[in-house]
Structures are given as structure tokens and as C-alpha cells.
Design a protein around this ligand. Sequence first.
Ligand SMILES: *Cc1c(COP(=O)(O)O)cnc(C)c1O
Length: 297
Amino acid sequence: MKRDDLTGFAGGGNKARKLEYLIGEAIEQGADAVVTCGAIQSNFVRQLGAACRMAGLECHAALMELPFEEGVEPPRGLLSNVTGNPQLNQLFGVHMHIYVSGHWSDLYRRAEDAAEALEGAGKRVYRVPIGGSTPLGAYAFTEAAGELNQPFEIIVTASSSGSTQVGLAMALPGTRVVGMGCDPEPEIIYDFEALSKACAERFPQFVALEAKQFEIDFDAVGPGYGVPSELGQRAMHWMAQTEGILLDPIYSAKAFGALMKGIEEGRYSGKILFWHTGGVPSLFGMPEDALKEPGLG
Ligand SMILES: *Cc1c(COP(=O)(O)O)cnc(C)c1O
């Protein structure tokens, strides 16, 4: 297991790697405010908030409790919009602009509105898309791949905005990099293709990958983005009680749950690395009884 839950920055998680480069670019461009968006339990917003304050930048985030894709049923949420990540956002001085749940496209528009309002007030704004998935964010994960001291046949990671999977896959063309989808959105591979192309344009030492080269497994998505799934919750209990390692309900538990299922079904075998992407603070945004052992009532 690769422990990005232990990156050690602002509660840990994979976003620390992207921020090293994104904040560098914000400073280079002379920004004084950073604007992004996310779900209320976004780990990216939490870590971005801390990184911004350290660099003397204002951090603004447009947030919705449970944004969803157009054309799908809005998922019914279980997670708190007060405790967990949003509580830490307050500690890190994030300006949270919270909206009623709607489509992702509405959330992106809200972020753009916030950016324009800040510009109207004379600020120089650095815009960061959801999850920090820009070419620089993906580049951070090509660097991360260089930390491995041995080859693996399969690398498994939770995958959502994409720069984690895209960066690892671009850096390790001989390895099967499997993204465990956390959003019920098979077309996401086309976003990954576009991100990979933009990353290879900026960093020509890497070759861009096509949509069909990204392997995504949607087995553990469950009721939708941001809503715990049965497979994920089982994996969370198993990991806690076998290894004493915490997984989060939105990403890493679903990823490990899909991996366990795939191993049982013979789809994944050989030397496998599970890339733990963090997210542990969202455990504290779960309702009191949500962590009871499944079946023990
Ligand atoms: C953001 C996040 C992911 C997904 O990473 P992407 O690069 O956005 O695909 C996975 N796990 C956790 C805990 C995250 O916070």
C-alpha cells in the first residue's frame, strides 16, 4: 500500500502533491486569491485552504452538499455538511460559499461567479478546477510514480477528477493502472484523455493516452458520488479491523472494496499496489451510527 493518507499535510491525502505545483503557479502569476469548487466534504478544498493560507493567499470555494451529474437521480446523502472537512475548512480560513445541491455544471458556474466578483473587487484570481486536476496536478502524480522502488503489475487508486490516475498512467506505461470510479460516469475517460493530452503538451517527456487506455472499474460506486456504498463500507470495516488503517467512505473505501471484489472474481491478481489517497477527515462527517458493523445492527 502506498500511504498518501500520510502525506502529512493538513490532515493528509493525495491533494498535497498537486498543491505543491498549483500554489507555486499561483504565486508565480502574482495571485492574491484562489477560487475552486467541490462537494462539501471535499478533501481538496481542505488541503487547498491550508496551502493558500501558508502562501498568504485568500481561498474561496463554491460548495454543494452533493452535486450530481445531469440526467441521473440526485443521490440521497448521509454525510454531514458541518463536521469533517467543512469544520477543518474553517480552521484553515477557507471562505466557503455554500449552495443547495444541484448539477456539477451549476457548481462550476458558481465558482466562476465568485472569481469574477473577486476580480471586480480588484483581486488577482488563480482559478483551480475541481480536485486540482490540471496538467500540473497530473504532473505531480508522474513525479509520485517515481517514488516506487519496485515494479507492480497493477496499481489501484480511487479516481474522480482524474489527475491521480492520469499522472500515474502516463508515468508507468507498462503497468495496469486501474482507477476505481467514485462517480457513476463512464464518459469520464474522455475527460481523462483531454487532461492527458494537455499534460503531454506541457510536459513533452510524456506521451498522451487515449480514452480507451484508461481502465476504470465502477463496481463500488453504489448510490452515487459522495454516498457510502455497501462494498465500500465492508472494505472500511475489514481494513480497520485487519490492519488498523482508516479508509474514507467517499473514495478510498470504495476503491478498496472494488479491489477486494475484483480479486475474489479473479479480475485482479499478481503483484498489486493499493494507492491510499487519504480522505480520512470525512469519516468524522458521517452520522453517529453509520460506522456500525454491517449486519450487526
Ligand atoms: C480527490 C480524491 C481522490 C481522487 O483523486 P483525483 O485525482 O481527483 O481523481 C481519491 N481519494 C481521495 C481521498 C480524494 O480526496
